[in-house]
Design a binder for this molecule. Structure first.
Ligand SMILES: *Cc1c(COP(=O)(O)O)cnc(C)c1O
Length: 227
């Protein structure tokens, strides 16, 4: 087995254990392999071990890899900061976007989504740690943006995403994940049909799983440390 395949199997085992520890079904937790900065060979190693969903942050890098792997039935997720001048390429090459945080980008993604592709699946990123440097809408803006996104024809709102401040400990991270779940539940009570909570990375996967994550975004634990 390749080192990537071994680590991938280890992560799958961890997800199953964490799920069992809080009475969740591992089948409800999707593993998204974050391949940013990693070469095509590493992605192929994970693909050969059965992984199909991969995420990238840096658009130019991502487009190179997507093109090199065009014959692989990979589901590509964009998890980087969105810039207006990049929305066309994002809309043209990805199945999912996890980092939507403003209405202008939502409108552009919907307008630019090619007709031959299904609607772009999106999560709204919520900034719960209030770090200035980080993307994401505040809680107060969330409902308005969700309403606006839902009205657009070519993108489909699936849920919410958050990234706690990595400098904080498990208690603060857990509070953020639980809050994100509450925000999703609140939107669903208002009539939305959100089914996705994109939360949990290599270092906070356990708390995220037990707080209700449906997509964990795992890079380091699968591909090793980034340079
Ligand atoms: C890099 C990144 C990840 C993966 O982080 P790891 O700690 O390597 O698992 C997940 N989500 C986002 C948005 C990222 O930028």
């Amino acid at each position: 087995m390749s080192p990537v395949a071994e680590r991938l199997a280890q992560v799958q085992k961890q997800i199953a254990l964490y799920a069992a520890s809080c009475n969740r079904s591992p089948a409800d937790i999707n593993l998204l392999a974050v391949s940013k900065t990693k070469p095509v060979e590493a992605i192929v190693a994970a693909f050969d071990a059965g992984q199909r969903a991969f995420a990238e942050n840096y658009l130019q890098d991502a487009l190179t890899k997507i093109s090199a792997l065009e014959n692989y039935p990979i589901e590509w997720h964009f998890i980087g900061r969105i810039q207006s001048n990049k929305t066309r390429a994002i809309a043209g090459h990805f199945a999912w976007v996890h980092t939507l945080d403003n209405s202008k980008h939502a409108q552009r993604l919907s307008r630019q989504r090619p007709d031959h592709l299904p609607a772009l699946q999106v999560c709204i990123q919520v900034n719960l740690s209030k770090e200035e440097s980080k993307g994401g809408v505040g809680e107060k803006e969330l409902s308005a943006l969700a309403n606006m996104v839902t009205a657009l024809p070519r993108i489909r709102l699936r849920g919410l995403m958050t990234m706690p401040d990595p400098k904080t400990g498990p208690a603060v991270q857990q509070a953020a994940f639980v809050r994100l779940r509450e925000l999703k539940d609140k939107l669903n009570q208002q009539g939305f049909t959100l089914d996705t909570l994109s939360m949990g990375m290599s270092n906070d996967m356990q708390v995220a799983v037990c707080a209700g994550s449906t997509i964990v975004r795992i890079g380091t634990a699968i591909f090793g440390a980034r340079a």
